[in-house]
Design a protein around this ligand. Sequence first.
Ligand code: F6P
Ligand code: MN
Length: 317
Amino acid sequence: MTDLRNYISTHSLGSPLQAAAGEAILALSDAAAQIATLIREPDSSADFAAAQGSANADGDTQKALDVICDEIVASALAAAGVSTYLSEEREEPVSMDKDGLVIVACDPLDGSSNIDTNLSIGTIFSLLPAATGPLQPGRNQLASGFFVYGPQTTLLLTMGEGVHAFQMDASGVFHLLDWAVSIPAQTSEFAINAANARFWHAPAAAYVADCIAGAEGSRGRDFNMRWLGSLVADSWRIFRRGGVFLYPGDRRAGYSEGRLRLIYEAAPVAFLVEQAGGRATDGKNAIMDIVPEFLHQRVPFMFGSDTEMEEIIRHHS
Ligand code: F6P
Ligand code: MN
């Protein structure tokens, strides 16, 4: 079986920049292995879901595990020659190696409202060339991916040549799975937090109403709905069997641009989605083309199966 180190060595021989990206991915996989072990082992002194008192850079309440994971990722990257670390959990960029070639943007612990529910959580990352600074469009990404800490600990990775999936063994090594990752173009499954329905703008509301009308409505077939409240877990499902995910902007205070962050949540997932044949949009623009104006910027985020995304984009035009 090919492990992640072998996989990377065959994909990043080309340039010093690619080699640096490969080092950063291996460091992230070490961090992920530490996180997976930490959350799996019983420890009566650890309350990972406890609020930390402070809110993170975007106003979400930080949980103890958010902070621990951020520290694990930061120390793994500091030893891997990374130029700058951008984290959901830190207000400002962290400068690391002045000669480093890559920036790593990261959501160290995605889905933290699921920590104490034994549902899947994960780590999302995006690698950018350091030469062009922290505020770059997703199109510039050298690599992106996310780890899922669930029944299996897994990694979905793109280095710009398709998407590959890995699964961690008991010793913390990630092995390439025999899965040609490709999002089915057609789907009858959507994911959205329906509790916000009364706040949605017309395009998302109309799209979801059509899905719910099912066989009796204009779509002429029934749909199914899934929402885990954990972007990594909802995404993994969509890569596996198709589907669409919507976190649109809505009328709640602070949600005009939805909830998800462009640089370290939407852009890395969008890179994977495009590489797997799907589409990712804010309704009008490809997520990959949006140039961020600030680090913790939010973006309406919709992605998934290509044909179904056309329907969503049609509602927005
Ligand atoms: O990181 C933000 C996040 O936890 C995602 O993992 C998830 O998709 C979303 O928020 C859930 O948001 P809500 O709680 O509003 O449904
Ligand atoms: Mn997140």
